[in-house]
Ligand binder design. Sequence first.
Ligand SMILES: [Zn+2]
Length: 317
Amino acid sequence: MDSNTRSRSDNLRDLSKAELHCHLDGSLPLPTLRALLGRADLTPDQVEAPPRCKDLAQYLEKFDWPLQALQTEAHLSRGAHDLLYAMAGDGVQYAEVRFAPLLHTTQGLRCEEVVESVLTGIRSAQSEGCATKAQLILCAMRHHTPQQNEVVLQTALTFRGSGVCAIDLAGDEAAYPLYAHAALFRAARKENLPFTIHAGECGSVDNVRCAVELGAARLGHGIALMQDAALMKEVARRGIGVEMCPTSNLQTAAISDWASYPLMQFLRAGIKVCVNTDNRTVSATTLTQELELVQRTWPQEHVIEILTQNAFDLAFA
Ligand SMILES: [Zn+2]
């Protein structure tokens, strides 16, 4: 690394940043994971996805360890606490951290207890002076039933204004189309609870269209949007944010190379794009690294400025 590269990366780290798409489970720092699992021998390749997975499902396999680690109140608090410090070290001033509370109930916690525990971890980091402020996004899951996801919505409403700012839908997009969960988002809309939806990560432009029609304020990934120019216009017109996660998108085969990555295409269409890590540990990245990647690949003027400003503008809280 020459001195120019080093100072560029320092500059990006010191830049005040917001991160809107970051999963708690996929972003647990490795030392935290080791401590929570009592597995000092856990190696990076056990928790990091390969640079090129064959599909999203293979990427999602790496969540087994963190999900196993995050099944008690104390562990959930510790995980959120440690993630916040990792974000602070990365220059993240404001974060929206997301997770699926029902995936943390295998040892008997209730959905509300899971959320309360994560909030406790965030509050404890903040009371110690951690520089990152955070809100939570609760993820409903594509493979869960409407009844299960209704519990997530009700929990989000209970904690709205006291740490939870929105809901999301996550999971294997190729196996479970979005329209099956339309009722959930209609109910959220009735309650004026904002939402983002993982859509268009796996090539389905129909999922993106459906998310737009349902009233999503933001799209998670949104890569498939590039297939439909009219829909791109509509997303720009409505001011819908697109939460792009470059490293993760290449890993999950959402795109095959940077030449086909639609970041500049979206920006030129007037779409509010922001850049995120998705999963700091599973994708072995930081927000600083994602911005460095952007700067290297698309060195056009003002791109970093626009992306970082968009992230603050698109925040739910
Ligand atoms: Zn995601």
